[in-house]
Design a protein around this ligand. Structure first.
Ligand code: ZN
Length: 263
């Protein structure tokens, strides 16, 4: 392939290896087979739905080890739990302000329209760090703290200068895309779920190609199945390149430039 591929969403869980370094090496070896050059990674080797401050630090320490082992290929996002606002601010400062992490990951501890997110979003915005929020609309009902794309739209409305990523495009993507459409500072990241035809085409049509990001969710999902959503989509070549790397490069550029890193 003659274009770059950056993956906005990978994990250290579901990957073989006894240490974060070994798991990161295994992820990169698999990414290499598909020409994926850079990976964003977040959350530790074991996942916690509602982590205590101590478990947050442990998860982020594991990601720091993975990033430091492969600094030219891996970007870390700091995992936070808004139920612990001060501990989360401390982690944001420790891992992003003091480096080397570049973004924030929020999962299912608390629905993201909650006011407890506001100080975290404000601080991430000051640091020019994008916020990747897990969003899903489950036919069986969401977890108590699990956000919908509508929740993210409500949060984004309160923070017009922040930069958000709607992970999984809400799972039920046909509704997720419509929920985030009015908010240009929310990008749709298409990882997870089965590689359904039409997700990428609809996202490009409704949001514009510059608002769509490739992510895999490896090791929970394979790189190949998720890449197929983009490589198999009936979209222009220029759109494909934006989705596979160009948009993530643009999103991280202010942050990396502020720290003297050439993206
Ligand atoms: Zn994930």
């Amino acid at each position: 392939m003659n274009f770059e591929i950056w993956d906005a969403h990978t994990h250290l869980s579901g990957v073989p290896g006894a240490t974060p370094e070994a798991r990161m090496a295994a992820l990169l070896a698999a990414a290499d087979r598909l020409g994926i050059s850079r990976l964003c990674v977040f959350m530790g080797m074991t996942w916690h739905y509602d982590p205590t401050p101590e478990l947050l630090r442990q998860a982020n320490d594991e990601v720091l080890r993975a990033v430091r082992a492969f600094p030219d290929r891996v970007f870390g996002f700091v995992y936070l739990n808004p139920k612990h606002p001060q501990a989360s601010l401390d982690e944001l400062n420790r891992c992003v302000r003091d480096g080397p992490m570049v973004g924030v990951k929020l999962w299912v501890a608390l629905r993201c329209d909650d006011a407890r997110l506001d100080p975290l979003v404000a601080r991430a915005t000051e640091l020019q760090a994008p916020i990747l929020q897990h969003c899903w609309l489950k036919i069986t009902g969401n977890l108590p703290g699990e956000s919908t794309p509508m929740d993210l739209a409500a949060l984004a409305k309160r923070h017009p200068r922040a930069s958000f990523i709607c992970s999984h495009t809400g799972g039920e993507w046909a509704r997720g895309i419509r929920a985030i459409r009015p908010h240009p500072h929310i990008l749709a990241e298409i990882c997870g779920g089965d590689p359904t035809a039409g997700i990428t085409e609809m996202a490009v049509r409704e949001l514009g190609a510059e608002r769509v990001l490739f992510g895999s969710d490896a090791g929970g999902r394979s790189f190949a199945s998720q890449l197929a959503k983009v490589l198999g989509a009936e979209i222009p070549a220029a759109a494909r390149q934006l989705i596979l790397a160009g948009n993530l490069q643009r999103l991280l550029r202010p942050f990396l430039q502020a720290r003297g890193v050439r993206p």
